[in-house]
Design a protein around this ligand. Structure first.
Ligand SMILES: Nc1nc2c(ncn2[C@@H]2O[C@H](COP(=O)(O)OP(=O)(O)O)[C@@H](O)[C@H]2O)c(=O)[nH]1
Ligand SMILES: [Mg+2]
Length: 318
């Protein structure tokens, strides 16, 4: 791709952006090179992570939030990360349908990405898409991901503001304490507040946070607010939008934005490093040795650590 493509993306051209995003998803060297050049033009968008258990109403909430940000004349990008198997297609279609309301608005750009091939961390493709939307001039990029395992941890680290969505009576709040989410979310959202028990969950959460006391890293003196929403009816969504912007002001006025930015970039570097090392290992591995080590492992002649050491020893000699 050319500098012309880059100029077009920066001016907000949807077709060029979509083409690049397809390339990113397919992991083509050309797309990755373009993305690298584009990186210089990123860093302006405000990243909002939305996580929580499946079915909690995250996609519906994102759809409603798009409207709220648009009413504030902010341009919006959405990256929906779907961790389900690419074979089944997952919930991607459902998510798209749920956000369709805004598909004719040129200031809104929505993409879904499957997380194939990236165990543990956040899909690299998703991060790439965030950058493209950022470079396109989106003021806010909403990143939705299902709250399971490492992925939600990473999305909270990648975001400037992290929302954690739960529902009434799901016993989510107890789960969260275990997962350490309590420390990571900046705003809690109890969606489906039309259902019974929303207020109780709010009280429980607030009590839990009060009990926990200060944030262990103590860089933020602020207790995360707990908001009630009814995403399907758009209720409470404007307040949520305002709360997100309030958190941004908070980060800015206390000089915490820089710190977040460092953490975000650190994670990206770690992922890039891991990917580069994987590629290096793949290209340099002695496949004959590899297979013979597999045999050795099956026969229990050797342990996996020693097998790995042998392969690495061979790598550094080539
Ligand atoms: N009763 C009720 N249902 C909702 C609300 N928000 C979303 N839903 C429904 O919950 C289901 C799951 O929503 P979805 O946005 O796909 O959840 P996600 O898996 O977290 O993205 C859908 O059928 C929504 O219509 C709400 O505020 N109240
Ligand atoms: Mg969803």
């Amino acid at each position: 791709m050319t500098t012309e493509t880059i100029d077009r993306i920066i001016s907000g051209d949807v077709r060029s952006a979509a083409r690049l995003m397809r390339g990113i998803e397919e992991d083509t060297p050309d797309a990755l090179k373009t993305l690298e050049t584009l990186y210089r033009h990123t860093g302006r968008a405000y990243i909002v992570g939305i996580t929580g258990a499946p079915g909690g109403g995250k996609s519906t909430l994102v759809d409603a939030l798009i409207g709220a940000f648009r009413r504030r004349e902010m341009k919006v990008g959405v990256v929906a990360i779907d961790p389900t198997s690419p074979l089944t297609g997952g919930a991607i279609l459902g998510d798209r349908v749920r956000m369709q309301q805004h598909c004719t608005d040129p200031a809104v750009f929505i993409r879904s990405v499957a997380t194939r091939g990236w165990l543990g961390g956040l899909a690299r493709a998703a991060v790439g898409m965030m950058h493209v939307m950022d470079a396109m001039g989106k003021d806010v990029v909403l990143v939705e991901t299902v709250g399971i395992g490492q992925q939600e941890v990473d999305v909270t680290r990648l975001a400037h503001t992290s929302l954690y969505v739960l529902t009434p009576g799901s016993g989510d709040s107890i789960q969260m304490m275990k997962a350490g989410i309590l420390e990571m979310a900046d705003i809690f959202v109890i969606n489906k507040a039309d259902q019974e028990g929303a207020y109780r969950v709010k009280m429980e959460l607030e009590a839990m946070m009060a009990m926990q006391g200060e944030h262990p890293e103590a860089h933020e003196q602020r207790q995360p607010p707990v908001l009630l929403t009814e995403a399907v009816y758009g209720k409470g969504v404007d307040d949520l939008c305002q709360e997100i912007l309030k958190h941004r002001d908070y980060l800015l006025s206390y000089g915490l934005m820089q710190k977040r930015e460092h953490e975000r970039v650190r994670l990206e570097l770690a992922e890039a490093l891991e990917a580069a090392l994987k590629a290096l290992i793949d290209s340099r591995t002695d496949h004959e040795l590899y297979e013979s080590l597999v045999d050795d492992l099956v026969q229990r002649r050797i342990g996996p650590q020693s097998a790995a050491s042998q392969l690495i020893g061979r790598l550094s000699r080539t």
